[in-house]
Design a protein around this ligand. Sequence first.
Ligand code: ADP
Ligand code: NI
Length: 203
Amino acid sequence: MNKELVLEKTKQFVKERLEGEGSGHDWWHIVRVYNNAADIAKQTKEADCFIVELGALLHDIADHKFGYTDDDRRRIISDFLGELEVSKEIIEAVVYIANNISFKSGTNKHILSTIEAKIVQDADRLDAIGAMGIGRAFTYGGYVNRPMYNPSFNNDTISHFYEKLLLLKDLMNTEIGAQKAQRRHDIMVEFLNHFYAEWNGEV
Ligand code: ADP
Ligand code: NI
């Protein structure tokens, strides 16, 4: 098995399936998660970089939001990587990542059992906060036709910061992930302060 070739083919496969996806899980989200995950993995001695990279590339394939089940993801990932002669152990590790890292698992205090899954989950969470997180939140809000802010009800995009985005920095698994998250968190807090000041005509 040629790892470089497998990664190249996986990139092509994921890109074809996700290009143009409008809700914030497009191909560029995958690229950012991949880069962040690879960066954390490089600095984490015990992590298998190849599994982290494959897991990052495939983590949003066949998303449950579009009706896919854990079994669908297992089948799609196993068929694809099996064709490329990736070993059963590696396929299992990648399927585990795709089936276990979503935020919902996090809130249920589901403890991830592999360092590779912890790293990909951190990288996915990093892309939900900071400047990227702000951009994605408003993109998502537009996609589902939600107002950016309404002080008298909470079905708006600003509420999403309090329900999810500001909580993420305390849920990071790795030391390096936590450091990156803190910087991104601070940017969101600054953004929100400025947002209210502008909303009230104070600046
Ligand atoms: P995940 O990346 O964990 O699968 P989601 O699918 O829930 O997360 O969300 C994708 C992107 O859309 C994220 O950046 C998330 O913060 C954003 N998002 C999800 N729900 C909302 C919401 N109600 N309002 C604004 N943004 C949202
Ligand atoms: Ni994701």
